[in-house]
Design a protein around this ligand. Structure first.
Ligand code: UD1
Ligand code: CA
Length: 447
């Protein structure tokens, strides 16, 4: 059955106490909205629709960055969840299949849960995702009739008896897309909030002789973010899960509580991550690689058997081939290091290609920026770059070539050549002792 995903993301999120629209607050390096889109992606939805309102332009741009084919629709007045879902109707034109509604501020809905929800559609026209709440206050309550769902009653509209129900509505719902739109259009707003409740489609469906069912999930999955402290708790929950998953996949974490993952960090089994490592977005690390303590990685790839750190920074576009060694206080940006290349100490490599087996001495700098444009450095396979070499890009050091320590290389170095580009040394016999004596005598001497 084809699926269309509808993500409701028009709300303001006043309680975040920030001008940033709520769904753009980052969790594990990605906006909350992306987490909802990724959650829904497990059902391989043919169409993805995001309903925006508050901060519409920024939310739309973020949605398109996550998924260039997403349809963005605008809800101009926040009249309730049914009204929000209804805005997706034009984007579902010509679509036949089920619609799944998720909230943009609810990042943890799991894959198995969504598959269970989809499977339950063979038994009911409308399927709602419910959970047993530790504290149900504020949630819509699921009023059951045996194993059928009779209706959903919001906290504000609930009687004393209904408020005692602990089975709550997560907000996730799945139904045939046309039916969902049809029911959402039929919902009224005669309730305590004066809103068009999407939850009312259950009772409305029942009146039309349709059936509704419930799939249950853990409360942790339905965690919605409303406040900074809920966001912090969600981050902690995300990290705990990511660490456990990494270990289960065979990654060696020596200090799991001190390693921080991004939403898309991909570590191969057999990789080792030492304590105090931070992964920003877009990192892949292959098996057998070792990421040593106090390193920060983002947008990079570390191949099999490579070593990074301690105290290394890999920035976007860093591509480390097998067996590469990047040592302490080294920064790599937009550069490829071929097999077995070594950059062990105090070095900046930016906008560069480093050939296989090349060795960059301590304090090497690719001077890649002239104040206006960025330029590339090319270092051939097997080249040896002497310590404190400045490579003023654009420049190429040939295969097997060498540079003398302290050289400022402004011209290409041919294959196999030694380039020395620094002032020749002058020794003045006895001058040091004489100079020192003069200084001690309180005079200002000239050499
Ligand atoms: C909703 C459910 C409630 C459920 C709870 C779970 C309804 C009527 N109630 O209540 O049963 O227990 O979620 O968290 O659906 N939104 C829009 N446009 C609107 C209104 C809301 O896009 O006009 C979006 C919000 O940005 C949010 C989501 O829909 O992401 C839910 O809205 P919210 O106002 O938080 O609903 P609740 O009152 O929490
Ligand atoms: Ca809410």
């Amino acid at each position: 059955m084809a699926v269309a995903l509808i993500v409701l993301a028009a709300g303001q999120g006043t309680r975040m106490g920030s001008n940033l629209p709520k769904v753009l607050h980052p969790l594990a390096g990605a906006p909350l909205l992306w987490h909802a889109l990724r959650a829904g992606a497990v059902l391989e939805p043919e169409r993805r629709v995001v309903v925006v309102g508050h901060g519409a332009e920024a939310v739309a741009a973020s949605a398109r960055e996550a998924d260039p084919e997403v349809a963005v629709v605008r809800q101009y007045d926040r009249l309730g969840t049914a009204h929000a879902a209804l805005q997706a109707a034009p984007a579902l034109e010509g679509f036949a299949g089920d619609a799944l509604v998720l909230y943009g501020d609810t990042p943890f809905i799991g894959e198995d849960t969504l598959h269970a929800l989809q499977a339950a559609r063979s038994r009911a026209d409308v399927v709602v995702l419910g959970f047993e709440a530790a504290d149900p206050t504020g949630y819509g309550r699921l009023v059951m009739d045996g194993d059928r769902l009779e209706r959903i009653v919001e906290q504000k509209d609930a009687t004393e008896a209904e408020r005692a129900i602990r089975l709550c509505n997560s907000g996730v719902v799945c139904a045939d897309a046309r039916l969902l739109m049809d029911l959402a259009a039929g919902v009224g707003n005669a309730n305590a909030s004066g809103e068009y409740y999407l939850t009312d489609i259950v009772a409305l469906g029942r009146e039309r002789g349709l059936t509704a069912g419930v799939v249950r999930c853990a409360e942790a999955e339905t965690l919605g973010i409303n406040t900074p402290s809920e966001l912090a708790a969600a981050e902690a929950a995300f990290q705990a899960r990511a660490r456990a998953e990494a270990v289960a996949n065979g990654v060696a974490l020596q200090g799991p509580d001190t390693v921080f993952f991004a939403f898309d960090t991909a570590l191969g089994g057999g990789a080792t991550v030492e304590p105090y490592v931070v992964f920003g977005p877009g990192v892949t690390v292959e098996t057998g690689a070792r990421i040593r303590s106090f390193s920060h990685l983002e947008g990079c790839h570390v191949s099999r058997g490579a070593t990074v750190g301690p105290f290394a920074r890999l920035r976007p576009g860093a591509e480390l081939a097998e067996g590469v060694r990047v040592g302490n206080f080294v920064e790599i940006k937009n550069a490829t290091l071929d097999e077995g290349a070594k950059v062990n100490h105090l070095t900046y490599v930016g906008d560069a290609e480093v050939g296989a087996g090349a060795n960059l001495g301590a304090g090497t700098v690719t001077c890649n920026y002239d104040g206006v444009s960025k330029h590339r450095s090319e270092i051939g396979a097997g080249a040896f770059i002497g310590s404190a070499t400045m490579l003023v890009a654009p420049v190429r050091v040939g295969q097997g070539a060498m540079t003398g320590s302290g050289s400022v290389i402004t011209e290409d170095v041919p294959d196999g050549a030694l380039a020395v580009a620094r002032a020749r040394q002058v020794n003045k016999p006895g001058l040091a002792a004489r100079l020192m004596a003069r200084l001690r005598a309180g005079r200002t001497g000239r050499a």
